[in-house]
Design a binder for this molecule. Structure first.
Ligand code: FES
Length: 151
């Protein structure tokens, strides 16, 4: 188990308490705090106690509005989460060429890499440019009201 400083341990406890409080908050309050919640969830991933465990996040399902693209770091990768009904998909936004973060381009219905103009379709398949492989799908599992995703 990794040793954490008292300050780090306190920050991790505060983040967990904050997320628990948000989980019990009403819809309006939750919507206002969504950005803070996303940041707290992401930073909570840094509070892993076992460095051998794969990097991952736990996201309250209520923080993933239907059809909205929510980007969170999972380990060192930006991952886009999208909810459709009770299902959640997660796609790594790390370009498979040299790792730059790809961006969603609504007009193109796909992703574009700002580094060397690689392009991907909406599912992450390569359309053009130097990327050698599709964007990576990250396993995301919905258990009750929580989404678990890990690399
Ligand atoms: S890093 Fe994305 S195309 Fe080169």
């Amino acid at each position: 188990m990794r040793e954490e400083s008292p300050e780090t341990e306190l920050r991790c406890k505060e983040r967990r308490r904050f997320l628990q409080a948000l989980a019990g908050a009403g819809t309006a309050a939750a919507a206002v705090a969504a950005v803070a919640a996303v940041a707290a969830v992401a930073s909570l991933a840094a509070c892993r106690e076992d460095p051998k465990r794969p990097a991952g996040v736990e996201i309250p399902l209520s923080k993933l509005p239907e059809g909205v693209r929510v980007v969170l770091p999972v380990g060192s990768q930006p991952v886009e989460f999208r909810r459709t009904g009770s299902a959640v998909t997660a796609l790594s936004l790390a370009c498979t060429h040299q790792g730059c973060e790809v961006l969603w381009v609504e007009e193109e219905n796909g992703y574009r890499c700002p580094c060397h103009a690689g392009t991907y379709d909406a599912l992450g398949n390569v359309l053009g440019g130097p990327p050698p492989a599709p964007l990576r799908t990250i396993p995301a599992e919905v258990r009750g009201n929580v989404v678990f995703a890990h690399l």
